[in-house]
Design a protein around this ligand. Sequence first.
Ligand SMILES: N[C@@H](Cc1c[nH]c[nH+]1)C(=O)O
Length: 379
Amino acid sequence: MTNPTRDLLPEGLEDRLPSATAAATRMTRAIMDVLDVHGYDRVQPPGIEFEESLASRMAGISSRRMFRFVDPASLRMMALRSDITPQVGRIAVTRLAAAARPLRLAYAGQVVTIKGDGLDPTRERLQIGAELIGHDGVVAAGELVAIAVEALQAAGATGISVDFTLPDLIDTLATGPWPLAADAVDAVRRELDAKDAGALVAAGGEAYLPLIHATGPFAAAIDRLAALEVGGVLDGRIAALRQIADHLAANGLADVARLTLDPTERHGFEYQSWFGFTIFADGVRGAVARGGSYRIVGADDGAGEPAVGFSLYPDPLIDALAAQEPARDAVFLPVGHDVAAAARLRAIGMRTVAALGDCCDAARLGCTHVLQNGEAVRI
Ligand SMILES: N[C@@H](Cc1c[nH]c[nH+]1)C(=O)O
């Protein structure tokens, strides 16, 4: 008998059963292999650490969505990680502070939030990513976007599209060519994100209206952004985005990933600076990956170090793959079987299932073969 209060998992948390776990393992390996061959070394930070460390590594991070509790040992606040990027940042500016730059690090692990995202109740997700520390220029950004697409392709994602954004664009324009009162910046940012022209004008952001139209397929949208002739810093950003798009094309990814532009998209970008991107794929509701440039606050709390990275959230791809997970061959080993023959089968990659007694039934245990006279014989 199941005991509902004891056996149910809390909302948004799930067990992965064998076929989904097999798919998750395969996908994680496929993605990590892509990061590895591009020179990214894997690190494994812990699942929990001091809240202060997780929340203060980059400007803009909030611990609002993190599970927090007092550590009975140190009596300090700890938190469950909701994002591995700040942990990799901590490693880079502390224990690996003396390592050569650019420092390329990769990671894969579970992250947890108190609440799901929008309509998605999921509270624990697999996050796999890469961070390049020491540079946040266009060459580094191009490398990371290309690798993110390649990794998703290796994971079996189809219909990939990459949406470029300029997370700090409003702040940059507000202190430059399109001045805004300090107290109007938040509202203008919000209404642009919501693409609400009326509310944008009401918030005092009339000058920002044309930005709403500089969205859509990349080539046309970037031309519309350039046609605004804002000059100065925006010209640099436009040139940088074009270079990143060219880099993707030069790496043969133009046919793999469709490019779009939404220069004022802010959703999900807590700490990214001049450059951000969101990746979508067929069959996945919401974003499957996100990344961009940012700064890591160093030990001295000074200007910190520039970095670029991305995080993939492959769970929906894993679920789709799990449904197609092929059945595997397995050789049933009867009681008293030839152990040397069984070891030889395992050595060539066969899977064996040993009987514990006469009660074990090969077919019911999912076996496709039986070991007979030292040979695997199909059932
Ligand atoms: N960790 C960020 C994405 C990112 C990685 N590096 C830079 N940005 C996220 O999950 O939203």
